[in-house]
Design a protein around this ligand. Structure first.
Ligand code: LCS
Length: 394
């Protein structure tokens, strides 16, 4: 039995696992197995009939994966977690589970590029329509809800523009209409923001990012009500097959133990880098939720513990100048992904959001001058020195 660890930091270390269940092993064991043996044919029958608890085949569940799922449920304050092969496997499984042909999805105006691509595919193949809303007021959300709206899908902070959505407000409107709210919490991590506590229904993570934290795993997790996720596990996940590997689950369990200290350090560094970027002559705008002048700063104060480790900024100049700045960097790594120990930098218009048509991209605020920085765990003034020399030489 897992004890209920009340404080986040304690749950990050102990949540989801009790060594007494596993021969006293301090670290959760890695069950690197595809299948599980039955003692009798009758036991196999009972397990497949759901009459007896126990593992059958790793696509249907695995003890190492279960530890990760329980730890994530403890951290997001949800009833259960469900792990996936990637963030996109989680996004697609949840959206497929919640919709049928001819339904409608209402989205935040700004989404990760591949989520945008998935919505477009769902529209083309199954006539599942979608709308985007800035969701600044209840009326803006209400105005786009239709009888066939199956869910509201929100990213906050939004990748890569760092705009925020008031989750409590959106959940209140959605529940007037009995519509579930799904939140992609990848940018904040559960340490900074817990959407279920704000009334939302399902949380999704690209666990590739802060959950893992070390740039060595692609994975996804969803957390929400047990009945709903039991259903997703036994339909969309089992039959579409986007399961996480036990080794990746094991690496995420290890990563989660240090999530609070890593994210605090990411935030400490980002706050300092934000101030420096803000006063650099070749930077025209900086987007960081903990900026007192950020238009959504009041939402940051309401629902996020701190501003996070991501900053986006616009340089003065052209797309070529933005690319030149990236090419000028020294140890800072030019790469998509985020939330790793290494500071990562990328050009959203031509990388993470290249699949988004130009008009939609510009509507989301992704200009050719926009650069996204995932501030790492290095010494902050080393990060700044590298950025400064690259900016100076645009
Ligand atoms: N949701 C968000 C907000 C993301 O940023 C990503 C990936 C995903 C979902 C998908 O997760 P994955 O399948 O990659 O685990 N975002 C990326 C990014 O900004 N750079 O590279 C990947």
């Amino acid at each position: 039995m897992t004890k209920d660890h009340k404080r986040f930091e304690t749950s990050a270390v102990h949540g989801g696992y009790d060594p007494a269940d596993m021969l006293g092993s301090l670290a959760a064991p890695l069950f690197q197995t595809s299948t599980f043996t039955f003692e009798t044919a009758e036991q196999g029958e009972r397990r497949f009939a759901g009459e007896e608890d126990g593992y059958m085949y790793s696509r249907l569940g695995n003890p190492t994966v279960s530890v990760l799922e329980e730890k994530m449920a403890a951290l997001e304050k949800g009833e259960r977690g469900l792990a996936f092969a990637s963030g996109m496997a989680a996004v697609s499984a949840i959206l497929v589970a919640l919709t049928k042909a001819n339904d409608h999805i209402l989205c935040s105006s700004g989404l990760y590029g591949c989520t945008f691509g998935l919505l477009r595919m769902m529209k083309e193949k199954y006539n599942i329509d979608h709308d985007f809303s800035v969701m600044e007021t209840k009326d803006e959300v209400r105005a786009l809800i239709r009888p066939e709206t199956a869910c509201i899908y929100v990213e906050t902070p939004i990748n890569p523009t760092m705009k925020l959505i008031d989750l409590q407000m959106v959940a209140e409107v959605a529940h007037e209409h009995d519509i579930p709210v799904v939140v992609d919490n990848t940018f904040a991590s559960p340490y900074l923001q817990r959407p279920l506590e704000l009334g939302c229904d399902v949380v999704i993570h690209s666990a590739t990012k802060y959950i893992g934290g070390h740039g060595d795993v692609i994975a996804g997790v969803a957390v929400g009500k047990k009945d709903f996720l039991d259903g997703v596990q036994m339909t969309t996940l089992k039959d579409m097959g986007g399961i996480i590997s036990p080794l990746d689950a094991w690496l995420l369990i290890r990563g989660l133990k240090t999530l609070p200290i890593r994210v605090d350090r990411h935030c400490d560094n980002a706050e300092k880098i934000f101030t420096k970027l803000n006063s650099h002559p070749n930077v025209s705008r900086v987007h960081y939720p903990d900026d007192a002048n950020h238009p959504d700063h009041h939402i940051r104060e309401k629902q996020m513990k701190r501003g996070g480790g991501l900053i986006s900024f616009e340089i003065k100049g052209t797309k070529k100048d933005a690319q030149k700045m990236l090419n000028n960097l020294g140890f800072i790594k030019m790469a998509v992904s985020l939330g790793d120990a290494e500071t990562l930098i990328q050009h959203p218009a031509t990388m993470t959001h290249a699949v988004v048509p130009e008009a939609s991209r510009l509507e989301m605020g992704i200009t050719d001058q926009l650069i996204r920085l995932s501030v790492g765990l290095e010494e902050w003034d080393d990060i700044w020195s590298d950025l400064e020399q690259a900016l100076d030489r645009i």
